[in-house]
Ligand binder design. Structure first.
Ligand code: PL3
Ligand code: FE2
Ligand code: FE2
Length: 251
């Protein structure tokens, strides 16, 4: 009886001419063709961005560790997770026959990277924590969530594993900032005003390539605002403060 039902539903899928892949739970996603030149061209930049982003995330956690010696070991562990993510995404590119455009990705991260470096040099822990552990992690979490829905099966599996780790990284930053909030609130607001618009412009820069991967810009922005506002709530800011912080993205 069960076999019969299964056979029948398999036939339904097989006889369909549509390119839609229909998973057993009935949810369908309009997946892109992963083999076209256009897909691979866009993927060469997006793949490079995540590879560079994961490498810089490792470097950033090690740098933050130099500012908080009693957390240095924990931060090194987070960094090692980032290197594992980097290797995972390198495998995703290889699997599709794509060579990542690393020069493009380095340029893409430069403004944020420079601000991070300056913050570390000035010993500003809250600023460096906001840039890496809140803004970059929320950006990664939102983009990975959207990507998982339209990724090839190999990359989907890898990205699902990665995104769970990124929540740990976000939580690390939330916890530290929450514990130090009264001392660092002004610094945090200032750093947010400078760096949130940079995240916004990074999103603008990646939107065209992302849309080739069937990742919708509005959806990316929406997911980012959810992750970012959740983080600010966890830090202990009230609704008015969160609204003020978020406004920096639009002005
Ligand atoms: C920190 O753990 C990771 C930092 C990476 C930043 C990611 C930016 C994401 C840009 C859009 C990428 C879409 C996902 C595609 C994956 C191949
Ligand atoms: Fe990561
Ligand atoms: Fe991370």
């Amino acid at each position: 009886m069960n076999d019969q039902i299964q056979q029948k539903s398999m036939q339904t899928v097989a006889s369909s001419e549509s390119k839609l892949i229909v998973p057993p739970d009935g949810v369908s996603e309009d997946l892109p063709d992963f083999t076209t030149h256009q897909y691979k061209d866009s993927y060469s930049r997006i793949n490079a961005i995540v590879i560079e982003g994961e490498q810089e995330a490792n470097d950033n956690y090690v740098a933050i560790g130099s500012l908080i010696p009693d957390k240095a070991d924990e931060l090194k562990v987070l960094g090692r997770m980032e290197l594992k993510h980097k290797r995972g995404f390198m495998a995703c590119g290889k699997n599709l026959g794509v060579v990542p455009d690393m020069a493009f990705a380095k340029k893409f991260f430069e403004p944020l990277h420079n601000n991070f470096k300056k913050a570390v040099e000035e010993g500003k822990i809250a600023t460096s924590m906001l840039i890496q552990s809140i803004l970059i992690e929320a950006f990664a979490i939102s983009a990975y969530h959207v990507y998982i829905r339209v990724a090839d099966p190999f990359a989907k599996k890898i990205t699902q594993g990665v995104v769970m780790d990124e929540y740990l990284h976000l939580n690390f930053g939330e916890k530290w900032i929450k514990q130090n909030l009264s001392k660092v609130k002004d610094e945090l607001i200032k750093a947010n005003k400078i760096n949130l618009p940079i995240i916004r412009s990074m999103l603008d820069q990646v939107a065209d390539d992302a849309s080739v991967l069937h990742m919708d810009k509005e959806e990316l922005m929406e997911e980012f605002m959810i992750a970012y506002q959740d983080a600010l709530t966890a830090i202990g800011l009230d609704n008015r403060e969160i609204a003020r912080m978020a406004l920096a993205a639009v002005v």
